[in-house]
Design a binder for this molecule. Structure first.
Ligand SMILES: [Zn+2]
Length: 66
């Protein structure tokens, strides 16, 4: 069975200052500021970290400022 990853929502990534590791965008490697939530079926949610721009792209929104 093929698992399909369906984008559901974005939320602001809270960087925990008690953690040593900063979180980076999975697309471009910049500091992540957003989390994108995907439904992968069976009620399972996958969370990936993105910077602001990649989060917009992965969410299917076209950047308005070019
Ligand atoms: Zn990025």
């Amino acid at each position: 069975m093929k698992t399909e990853k369906v984008f559901t929502s974005l939320r602001v990534l809270i960087n925990d200052h008690h953690e040593d590791k900063a979180k980076f965008c999975v697309e471009c490697g910049k500091l992540a500021t957003q989390e994108a939530l995907f439904s992968v079926g069976s009620g399972v949610t996958l969370i990936e970290k993105y910077c602001g721009l990649c989060a917009i792209i992965v969410g299917g929104f076209k950047p308005t400022l070019i």
